[in-house]
Design a protein around this ligand. Structure first.
Ligand code: GLN
Length: 545
């Protein structure tokens, strides 16, 4: 355990979806604004080893870190709000903890003993927390789930014990709860919060600070009442007021004095917060000069949670162009030759995001064709890039029925295929996979280097030859067809340094047409919008109808 590290544990009560992830990210941002170094970790009570195998309806987006971990989407918030470098140790699930304990048991590490939740599981949880504490002033740990869930009990027990291990002046507990406004009674109700804190205290955790989600600011009287029933200081009861823009959350917290209170509770001395640049960013976001409409042609169009980072990256692209980005979600299964022009003509740019499975594929190919033929700015991400390659193969290179092996294993032209063997540049090892490989962890995952060619949209955006971007896919561009596709008009503007893997394709004689095999949205932040999103929005703005 790092000696001077302080720990903040964030729990949630009453119901889910109160925004614990955002709250943790905003707290991290506020601490960084005072010159402190932070990292944020998420502990998830579900039994999957990681969220990689869950579908977006279950879990929302799977966020990928540089080191290739498939993690909870809250890590996306943490990275967008702070400078923390996150990796596989920043997300632990019950499954991952048990997996480690059971592996140790099989190796005989607990020889002679009975392996139990307390102390073995709780010790493993505490160990996982200390893994991220190196050289960091403050570690923020968010506990997934809601107080009262059976599944989260071992995590709560572990963080309860953690205070004794780390020293009481080094640990605080922040509880996010709901204070609903009941219209018929014209008043806010504190009972759900009282119950939630009672539950927390019954397992030995006394919260230090309460963040109360409400529609409007809590009166001093209400704060006093909550403080009395929950055994906290009145000035430790904060209004976590609903806001229209997530990037306003740290500013609202700051106004209420949350940063000061945290520092006082943890006995940290730090400078006053520097928030001017952030404030200016929120101002720009709130007062756009222009408007642009982007069609997102995907599968999970009803579930914006599944495209969380993508939506944020588009917003960031808007910030750098002083533009509000309006999203038109188009269900690709509803697109056909007859309606594609009508549906997509409402938007100024077309984006085909990442995805898995064959449903809606042909609609995505049609969208790529529409964008190419009508000179509409096009951005294909991962699966979207593969769709663009298939479209060019079929319609420009004369490869009828070209497809990805993912959707048609018997296609005469597998322009996108499953690489059976390759040398992993991250590990230097030869990796193998086939159709029967494990579904968990068999993808090209995490950061890989990419070399850009001059005079391309990619180079114009990044303004540097060598970049690194994050991947999450199984299938790749098939080099066997590279020459034919290039002859037909496709430009390969980015490849792995050994030129084995095609990473970015483009079309010339087009205002902006780019497909990338990686997921640039994972690295976009509001203060540093991603160059590809910036340029895509800029091109779409020029194409405004
Ligand atoms: N399904 C495709 C593949 O596995 C694309 C994945 C993605 O878009 N993330 O290669």
């Amino acid at each position: 355990m790092a000696e001077n590290t302080k720990y903040i544990f964030v729990t949630g009560g009453v119901l889910s979806s109160l925004g614990k992830g955002l709250a943790s990210a905003a707290i991290g941002m506020l601490l960084e604004s005072r010159g402190l170094s932070v990292t944020i970790q998420k502990l998830d009570p579900y039994i999957n080893v990681d969220p990689g195998t869950m579908n977006p309806f279950q879990h929302g987006e799977v966020f990928v870190t540089d080191d290739g971990a498939e993690t909870d989407l809250d890590l996306g918030h943490y990275e967008r709000f702070t400078n923390a470098k996150l990796g596989k140790n920043n997300n632990f699930t019950t499954g991952k903890i048990y997996d480690q304990v059971i592996n140790k048991e099989r190796k005989g590490e607990y020889l002679g003993g009975t392996v139990q939740v307390i102390p073995h599981i709780t010790d493993e949880i505490k160990k996982s927390i200390t893994l991220v504490s190196n050289d960091t002033d403050v570690v923020i740990v968010e506990i997934g789930g809601t107080i009262g869930d059976i599944e989260s009990l071992p995590f709560l027990e572990a963080i309860r014990q953690f205070k004794a291990d780390a020293g009481s002046s080094n640990v605080i507990y922040i509880h996010l709860t709901l204070v609903p406004y009941i219209k018929t009674a014209c008043e806010v109700k504190t009972k759900p919060t009282q119950h939630s804190v009672k539950e927390l205290r019954s397992i030995g955790i006394q919260p230090d600070i309460l963040l109360c989600r409400t529609e409007s600011y809590l009166s001093q009287d209400i704060k006093k009442k909550i403080a009395l029933f929950c055994n906290v200081d009145t000035d430790a009861v904060f209004t976590a007021k609903d806001v229209d823009c997530i990037y306003d959350v740290p500013l609202v917290y700051n106004k209420e004095g949350l940063g000061d209170k945290i520092l006082k509770k943890l006995n940290i001395w730090a400078r006053a917060p520097r928030l001017d640049d952030w404030r200016e960013m929120v101002d720009r976001l709130r007062n756009p000069r222009e408007n642009v409409s982007i069609a997102i042609v995907g599968k999970y169009v009803d579930l914006t949670e599944s495209y969380k980072s993508l939506n944020e990256a588009l917003t960031h692209g808007g910030i750098s162009n002083d533009t509000k980005v309006n999203l038109q979600f188009v269900d690709s299964t509803t697109l056909n030759r007859e309606n594609v022009a009508e549906v997509l003509s409402k938007s100024d740019g077309v984006l085909v995001p990442g995805g898995f499975g064959s449903r809606g594929i042909e609609g995505k190919v049609l969208a790529a064709q529409y964008a190419r033929e009508n000179k509409v700015p096009f951005f294909g991400i991962c699966l979207g890039m593969q769709m663009a390659v298939i479209e060019v193969a079929r319609n420009l290179a004369g490869m009828e029925d070209a497809n990805s092996e993912e959707f048609d294993p018997y296609t005469p032209y597998p322009v996108i295929y499953l690489m059976k063997e390759w040398v992993d540049e991250q590990t230097g090892q030869v990796e193998k996979r086939d159709e029967s490989s494990d579904k968990g962890g068999t993808m090209r995952l995490g950061a890989y280097p990419c070399h850009l060619e001059a005079d391309t949209f990619a180079m114009n955006a990044y303004k540097t030859e060598d970049i690194s971007e994050r991947h999450r896919h199984r299938f790749e561009f098939n080099n066997e067809y590279k020459e034919r596709l290039v002859k037909a008009g496709l430009t390969v503007s980015g490849s792995s340094p050994d030129h084995d893997l095609v990473e970015i394709v483009e079309l010339k004689d087009h205002p902006w047409y780019l497909g990338c095999q990686f997921h640039p949205e994972f690295k976009s932040k509001p203060m540093t919008p991603h160059p590809l999103f910036r340029d895509f929005i800029k091109a779409s703005l020029k194409n405004r109808k």
